[in-house]
Design a protein around this ligand. Structure first.
Ligand code: 4NP
Length: 158
């Protein structure tokens, strides 16, 4: 199973999702073979490390984002990945425009996997205060557990 997480800059939300989901899957579902990556729909930060505040907030919960570097979504991603999970509706729409007819149903909102979260989008923390980074982590941890449940069911049904 190959999963791509997508936000705008690929320096806050989607690298967090990449690292958190990778860690949760390795710990809770070592029987699943998952490949995880992240990308942005905007080009501003290509090649950059994640935002310092994002690295620090994730580090406090035991996730290491420091090796990650930002990249932009490429046309080939829609062929390579089984699921392409957007952090918010703006990025969902951008992805749906880039996808072809036969890959469009691979694109979903990540928080579909956290139906009890009370929100359907991971808010952009870039221009907000420190609480935003904690909220991003809370939502991403919840959706990572939900995504793992969904993948386990898919494997069982296959
Ligand atoms: P991200 O956050 O999409 O979660 O990586 C942002 C990072 C940078 C900008 C916006 C959002 N920016 O406008 O530069």
């Amino acid at each position: 199973m190959k999963i791509l997480f997508v936000c705008l800059g690929n320096i806050c939300r989607s690298p967090t999702a990449e690292a958190v989901f990778r860690a949760v899957a390795a710990r809770d579902a070592p029987e699943l073979t998952v490949e995880v990556d992240s990308a942005g729909t905007a080009r501003y930060h290509i090649g950059a490390a994640p935002d310092r505040r994002t690295i620090d907030a994730a580090h406090r919960r035991g996730y290491d984002l420091s090796p990650l570097r930002a990249r932009v979504v490429e046309p080939d991603d829609f062929e390579r990945f089984d699921l392409i999970l957007a952090m918010d509706r703006e990025n969902l729409r951008a992805l749906q425009r880039l996808a072809s007819a036969h890959t469009r149903d691979r694109v979903k909102l990540f928080l579909e996997f956290a139906p009890d979260a009370g929100v359907t989008e991971v808010p952009d923390p870039y221009y907000g205060g420190p609480n935003g980074f904690e909220e991003v982590l809370d939502l991403i941890e919840a959706a990572s557990h939900g995504l793992l449940q969904y993948l386990r069911q898919r494997v069982r049904a296959a």
